[in-house]
Ligand binder design. Sequence first.
Ligand code: DAK
Length: 259
Amino acid sequence: MSHQFIQVRTEADKVGVITLDRPKQLNALNPELMRELGQALKAFDADDAIGCIIITGGEKAFAAGADIADMAKLSFADAYKQDYITRDWETIRAIRKPVIAAVSGFALGGGCELAMMCDFIIAADNARFGQPETKLGIIPGAGGTQRLTRAVGKSKAMDLILTGRMMKADEAERAGLVSRVVAPEKLMEEALGAALAICGNGRIAIVAAKESINRAFESPMAEGIWFERRLFHALFATQDQKEGMDAFVNKRPAQFKNQ
Ligand code: DAK
């Protein structure tokens, strides 16, 4: 499938890599780009050969937000009637395989929200995160007030969103928004290494772990613990559990069949 605003490739036959590719606009996210991104994510999710997905951008920008030139023309009636670019953003939430954001440069507004919708963020040390929407007379609209607050706490989320300032990669790592920071030239190597480590583990356990971690954000603790326990017990019905434990006991590498 040919795309106008993204590039899609496969690494090591098992990692799907999606590169946002609208460099002149610093990868500003327009509805067409979001539609292409949603389609590419769904295609990788449905492809049995793929075990993990990486979303990345360019060196200067992961994405500098939703396209302000597009939004400038919107009336309330337009935004509300179209449910402005919401449907394609919701696609990301439905992806069951792990999605890593590999962020270099600006991740602002919708760009920061897109990175936060991924399962974890690996950043280059030149990355800048922010939710500057209040400078435009709006507020974050793709989950920024919720996900940033859960990731970094109320005080820093208030600071970032109310002032609109940018946070560097080291501050983002200290705050818990980012899992690892590396030199820009090492970003893809690091993200691929993480993706391949994930692909080497049992796929059923990976999907179950992702579902269970996400429960931590969507349910009270007791319900989340119950959900985790049900999945934990269920995994003893898989061949992968037999293989993983037998391999450990017999001191050999596990060969998971994702069954
Ligand atoms: N939209 C459109 N074009 C953008 C852009 C953006 N967000 N960001 C940058 N560009 C364009 C610039 O207009 C410029 O174009 P030309 O003038 O060359 O034609 C080009 O990219 C290079 O930008 P600069 O010349 O400004 O480059 P600098 O290095 O000087 O500055 C910057 C880089 C990232 C600091 C600056 O470009 C900037 O402040 N950009 C805007 C950042 C921002 O405010 N982002 C938040 C936008 S609001 C939702 C989903 C998503 C959203 C809402 C709802 N639903 C699901 C409901 C998201 C909203 C937002 O993201």
